[in-house]
Design a protein around this ligand. Structure first.
Ligand SMILES: [Zn+2]
Ligand SMILES: [Zn+2]
Length: 284
């Protein structure tokens, strides 16, 4: 069977359209109104920032660099937390995410690329999720299917997503006496930001910036893209050296995922960090 991740039919996926629309309106209209009339408590603010950072890192350092590219190894607790907070991002299971992402690398800029930028900025950003049907062929993630915890997250995704993405922030909010703020900012605004940050990786840094590490594909390096994507903006480098645990290889490159992975390696929680050799880098 030939591998093809896209069924290729245009289709309005109404549940996703309503959900993303609701999250967007809540964040862009509801949150500013709430802040104008009531402000935000310290606990509400910390729940928002804490949930946002943990969810974003679980996508960039977790779903992306750890599971899709296997750029380092980690203790069981790290698997558990990245699968948990990764599920909280509501971007499907780590198994499906990694399968689509590996297809993106293998077939970039072609029909088989799930978020093919050649179909336009909007399609690569979010159109592929809202208006197209695709099937996910899991034959390119056979290695990940050996991971029992990851398979548990795949089979019981709703439980993981609800537990880490909804119940956890609500419990903390309830304990702090800020249940409503935990729902509005810790779930609503946080999801909006995490969605947009992830979407920009497929749209913005496949459109704007320099093609330092390969002129034949659309991936770009862009410092503004790094800010917008929580450190995934050196995308030309990433497509050339996808197994490197870093995205920004210079110390001044904004890359929270790289710093988090490095810090955890110093604590002995992750190891075997893969780096591109100096000889390979010297070619560019
Ligand atoms: Zn890409
Ligand atoms: Zn990648």
């Amino acid at each position: 069977m030939s591998y093809h991740p896209i069924v290729g039919k245009r289709f309005n996926r109404w549940p996703s359209i309503y959900f993303l629309g609701g999250i967007t309106i809540t964040t862009l209209i509801g949150c500013p109104l709430y802040l104008y009339f009531y402000g935000i408590s310290w606990s509400g603010f910390l729940i928002f920032v804490g949930m946002s950072v943990l969810t974003l890192l679980s996508i960039t350092a977790g779903y992306h660099r750890f599971y899709s590219h296997k750029s380092y190894q980690a203790v069981w607790l790290y698997h558990f937390l990245t699968l948990g907070f990764g599920a909280a991002a509501l971007q499907q299971s780590a198994l499906k995410w990694a399968s689509l992402h590996r297809s993106h690398h293998q077939y970039v800029d072609t029909e088989k690329d799930p978020y093919n930028i050649k179909k336009g900025f909007f399609y690569a950003h979010v159109g592929w999720i809202l208006f197209w049907i695709r099937s996910v062929d899991l034959t390119n993630v056979k290695d990940l299917q050996q991971n029992r915890l990851l398979m548990h997250q795949h089979r019981h995704f709703q439980i993981w997503a609800a537990g880490f993405g909804v119940v956890l922030p609500l419990i903390i909010g309830f304990a702090c006496g800020e249940l409503f703020e935990a729902a509005l900012f810790g779930i609503g605004a946080r999801l909006f930001i995490v969605f947009q940050v992830t979407f920009f990786i497929n749209s913005f840094v496949h459109t704007f910036g320099s093609q330092k590490y390969g002129k034949t594909i659309s991936a770009r390096d862009n410092w503004l893209g790094s800010l917008l994507t929580f450190g995934e903006g050196n995308h030309s480098f990433h497509h050339r050296f996808p197994n490197d645990y870093r995205n920004g290889i210079r110390w001044y490159h904004w890359d929270p995922g790289k710093w988090a992975i490095y810090l955890l390696s110093r604590l002995g929680l992750v190891w075997d960090l893969k780096r591109t050799s100096k000889q390979a880098l010297a070619l560019f």
